[in-house]
Design a protein around this ligand. Structure first.
Ligand SMILES: *[C@@H]1O[C@H](CO)[C@@H](O)[C@H](O)[C@H]1NC(C)=O
Ligand SMILES: [Fe+2]
Length: 216
């Protein structure tokens, strides 16, 4: 007779201790800021608006690479390896943007708003000036800088959405999929820059040609 009562009391105490902080933080999150997502899949406004920025940045990066692909495809430049590399990079960035739009939709976040203009962050940057006698080397340098910028932005997004906002599902997705690809991509570009530099020393034009054939 005492046993069920005892367990009942223990269970009740457990429930009070465990559930209280959660209820408190839920209340705080709901009261703190209006959300632009549905209550059935809560996402804090600060986090979702930074997610919008990230989506814009991915499409901006896609256009940035498309511009380089078109540059290297011109008959006067004609480096087909670089052309292919940058067309692929543009497609990948577009896919990243679409993946994040799909994520936002899954979370009930409105994918379109006044501040969500897919071309907002894009400005034509023109062809890069040659570095060490090579526009190809300059383009790889610009691409690495772009990837570093994107990585920094993803890390900021993670910082905003973790902690008090407690959006570890998004954080896990970003850390596991997006950051992994960023780090791989940056390493690949750094390696290419290092090798092309070596090949530019004696004959920049021949070095660039061989590099384009063999390494892009
Ligand atoms: C240009 O070449 C020099 C000498 O090889 C090298 O130290 C430098 O890093 C190169 N510049 C870039 C942007 O790679
Ligand atoms: Fe990306």
């Amino acid at each position: 007779m005492m046993k069920p009562i005892f367990f009942g009391v223990v269970a009740l105490m457990f429930a009070v201790v465990v559930m209280q902080p959660e209820q408190v933080s839920m209340q705080a999150a709901d009261g703190a800021t209006a959300t632009d997502s549905e209550k059935w899949n809560y996402m804090h406004k600060t986090c979702s608006s930074k997610l919008h920025d990230q989506i814009n940045m991915e499409f901006g990066a896609s256009l940035f690479y498309l511009q380089y692909a078109a540059y290297f495809a011109q008959y006067k430049v004609n480096l087909p390896g670089f052309e292919k590399f940058f067309f692929n990079a543009a497609s990948e960035e577009r896919e990243h943007g679409i993946k994040l739009i799909e994520y936002a939709l899954m979370r009930g976040v409105t994918p379109i708003s006044d501040s969500f203009n897919l071309a907002a962050n894009y400005a034509f940057e023109g062809e890069p000036a040659a570095v060490n006698g090579s526009v190809a080397l300059a383009a790889l340098g610009k691409a690495l800088a772009k990837e570093q910028e994107v990585t920094k932005s993803i890390r900021e997004l993670i910082k905003i959405c973790e902690g008090d906002l407690n959006d570890y599902h998004l954080v896990d997705y970003l850390t596991g999929e997006f950051l992994e690809e960023q780090h791989q991509g940056q390493r690949e570009l750094a390696g290419k820059i290092s090798m092309l530099n070596k090949m530019l020393v004696t004959n920049p034009e021949l070095g660039e040609y061989i590099f384009d054939q063999q390494n892009m």
